[in-house]
Design a protein around this ligand. Structure first.
Ligand code: ZN
Length: 374
């Protein structure tokens, strides 16, 4: 059955447009505009008068803490926050463990499931700089990238791996970047001490993204601007940004937005589902949660309890930008970068969206045109 969302205020070409009808059929947006009275007949009508209608959030770097829940639970948790598409992030592991995880993802998402759409795996490792390991287990990091291991990963996981984070300065990394990019995997530079030159070489070899800009990378310096300088000067590069106001300050976020614009920044949660959505200050056996950020007991910043829905609100309320820019950074840019039909309320796109109220809180979530009721 066809559905029509009536009186929708939606972002389009950088502005909010009013009084739209959105026609949905088979989970796809078929039309956006004004339907005639008779065309609306015999369809299910959903009124969106009191809300903004925005594309569902997409998180390309989150869902860490794999073993804490079943993967299917992760899809449900995400949907409950207005995130309609996600990439499962897996840190450095042995190849055996990687292969097990690839299989688990295929099993969990190979048939019907409830909740947000599994869009693939983001391998955050294992070829990352020891010096910028952050909270990662250093025993599992590889400091030399061998063609054999690259081939093994591509052979075993090219169907599910959609993004891989690599430090370009490691021995063998340039060749690996080239190979992964050739296999259709998005290469993201990060957890790295790369110089500007090394980062630019990584970009030449096929990298198109930077992993959590500012965090776990060489600091920007006047004579050595590092990955950050390369990302800012390369217009085509997309930057992840953890917009929780702890991993990156408000001012630093504003600087990045001013230099990169709002078309190439992707808000990511770097979240860990073990911690749920509870941002209150507390301490567990292994972690300290403060101001929404998760720290190891030794003080190292580990992750965030805030998610992309929180970032949406932060962009508007704290950074002072409008809904269209917030939508780009929390949804559209990732969809465009990953070449998927998600992240826009336009004809031909998947009918994944949120109803958001005047305080920018998600009130209803639809995935493939179906309201998610959890
Ligand atoms: Zn990381």
């Amino acid at each position: 059955m066809r559905k029509i969302i009536k009186n929708a205020q939606i972002p389009f070409n950088g502005i909010m447009t009013k009084d739209n009808d959105v026609l949905i059929e088979d989970g796809i947006i078929k039309y956006v505009g004004q339907l005639k009275e008779k065309e609306s007949k015999n369809n299910e009508i959903i009124d969106a008068s009191n809300y903004y209608l925005i594309p569902g959030f997409i998180d390309c770097h989150g869902a860490n803490g794999y073993d804490a829940y079943e993967l299917k639970q992760m899809a449900i948790d995400y949907a409950s926050r207005g995130v309609t598409g996600f990439y499962v992030t897996i840190g450095p592991e042995s190849n055996q463990e990687y292969f097990r995880m690839f299989e688990e993802c295929r099993k969990a998402f190979g048939s019907d499931y409830l909740g947000a759409c599994f869009l693939g795996i983001h391998l955050e490792g294992p070829f990352l700089s020891l010096e910028k390991k952050g909270a990662m287990d250093e025993k599992k990091l590889r400091q030399v990238v061998t063609p054999e291991e690259v081939e093994e990963l591509i052979d075993a996981g090219a169907d599910v791996i959609k993004i891989i984070t690599i430090s370009p300065e490691l021995e063998g990394a340039y060749e690996a970047i080239n190979k992964f990019a050739e296999a259709g995997i998005v290469v993201s530079l990060g957890h790295s001490m790369a110089t500007y030159k090394q980062a630019m070489r990584g970009i030449e070899e096929g990298a198109t993204q930077v992993t959590h800009m500012y965090n776990a990378m060489r600091a920007y310096e006047h004579r050595e601007p590092g990955i950050m300088g390369a990302a800012i000067l390369s217009d085509d590069i997309y930057c992840e940004l953890i917009m929780d106001c702890v991993h990156v300050s408000e001012e630093a976020m504003k600087i990045l937005i001013k230099s990169k614009g709002t078309d190439k920044i992707m808000a990511v949660s770097d979240g860990d589902i073990k911690f749920g959505h509870d941002s209150s200050d507390r301490e567990t056996e292994d972690y300290i949660i403060k101001d929404g950020a998760i720290y190891l007991k030794n003080g190292v910043l580990y992750g965030s309890t805030r998610d992309v829905a929180d970032h949406f609100k932060t962009i508007i309320v704290k950074l002072g930008l409008g809904i269209p820019d917030a939508v780009k950074m929390t949804s559209t840019n990732c969809g465009t970068h990953m070449k998927i039909k998600k992240g826009k309320i336009e004809k031909g796109f998947d009918a994944d969206f949120n109803f958001v109220d005047s305080s920018f809180k998600v009130r209803k979530t639809f995935i493939s045109g179906q309201e998610i009721i959890l």
